[in-house]
Design a protein around this ligand. Sequence first.
Ligand code: FAD
Length: 476
Amino acid sequence: MPAEIPPVIVWFRRDLRLADNAALSAAVETGAPVIALFIREGSAGGGMPFGPAQAWWLHHSLLALRQALHDRGGDLLFFTGEAATVLVQVVQQTGASQIYLNRSYERDDQDRELARRLKSAGIAVHAFHGQLLHDPSHVRTGAGKPFRVFTPFWKALQALGEPREPLAAPDAIRGVSSTPPSEQLEEWGLLPTKPDWAAGFGDIWTPGEAGARVRLEDFVENGLSEYKSGRDFPARDITSRLSPHLAHGEVTPAQAWHAASGFDNGDPGQITHFRRELAWRDFNYSLLIEFPRLATDNWNTDFDGFAWSFDGALYRAWRNGLTGYPIVDAGMRQLWREGYMHNRLRMITASFLIKDLMIDWRKGEEWFRETLLDADPANNAASWQWVAGSGADASPFFRIFNPTLQGEKFDPDGDYVRRYVPELCHLDRKYIHRPFEAPDHILHKAGIALGESYPRPIVEHGTARERALAAYKATK
Ligand code: FAD
């Protein structure tokens, strides 16, 4: 009788998919039985811990992944603890000696350390590429250094050619006859209960690989043809909304890149523009790899002496969407209601917190990390530093958005505001972004009592702008 082949372990992390999953495909190709597992590492884990909004997503995404593995003959096991300890235990219980994983670039250092520890216990770790368009160590300046400016990064990335063709999902996965005892996902308490503030998420989002596929196909069919001209207008909803799926690795950027090729309306500019945005994500990862403290420390240390001021009431007004600036409030309420915010609004609301309220960008980064379903260690940190002006290839601090003009430019009819700030829904186009300037009879007709049903501006933008510029000058 042939000897039983020892099983191999596939360690799922932020790569909750079967298709274009190089680690899973390689594990299946060995012909060995596969033990697929997910480890709840907590804040001691190598990567950024999942925030409360993402915990909701994670729960549903893991359910979807487990079902997809079941359908092919496999299973998904759940463990809590320090990754190396858990993995060694599973190895001891099962006789496996090989671990397959996809690199999650921000934790490459921890993974290397983990591989060293496991190697000394006789366990081999096989790490694969796929979470980014290209391996960041291949996108380098002529001097072999990482880029700090996006445009040359983008040129260098394009010069590498297309990302590799996505891999198909394995048809069948050979399971193991007996598995070590798994924790119950349902007992992890990832879902909010009292109150269930995520109640509306399920109407909007379908976590999991199948949901990601539908979202991508829908975008290629209905959004991509207008992406370049329409992506800045939040009421039009034409961006892909793939970000939570990308953040959990339910779809790869290579899949999104190649899916875009399937679209041809004679305007390659749309495809290129979309791919360029995907490349921003690669760029931000390359910054995070170079500077792992991106979420906590100013990239540009000139900002270390910046005189931030913190006012709890102003901060709460921002978080709750009660600043008196409709476009800011609409963005913050979209975030709370949907776990998502349109990119233009992220820029406007971040600028408002940092520059109009002079609150440290780290407070904003933290709030977004807790409330965004797509919270991403690289994109969130790099983007906050970009708006603050403290980042690598950042927007200069003195570029301060006027929230009223931004609203009028990017939400000209006020439809986006009306969607998320219902108390303003009867206000017409002329005043929708400036209710504080509307005559009394107009407010009355629209059913608005300023200062009661909707707040007056918590700061006067012109004054706040001067204050911010003076603080910036003093820092320099
Ligand atoms: P699309 O326009 O359809 O773009 C497709 C994909 O390209 C996105 O899913 C995303 O992965 C990438 N992408 C698009 N725009 C950007 C960008 N400006 N920077 C980096 N990657 C981009 N994105 C996150 O994924 N997670 C975050 O935590 C996050 N925090 C942000 C915080 C601030 C203050 C700002 C200004 C931006 C932040 N972004 C973040 C970037 C961007 O807003 C989102 O990626 C985008 O809005 C997601 O919507 P979409 O999937 O419809 O994007």
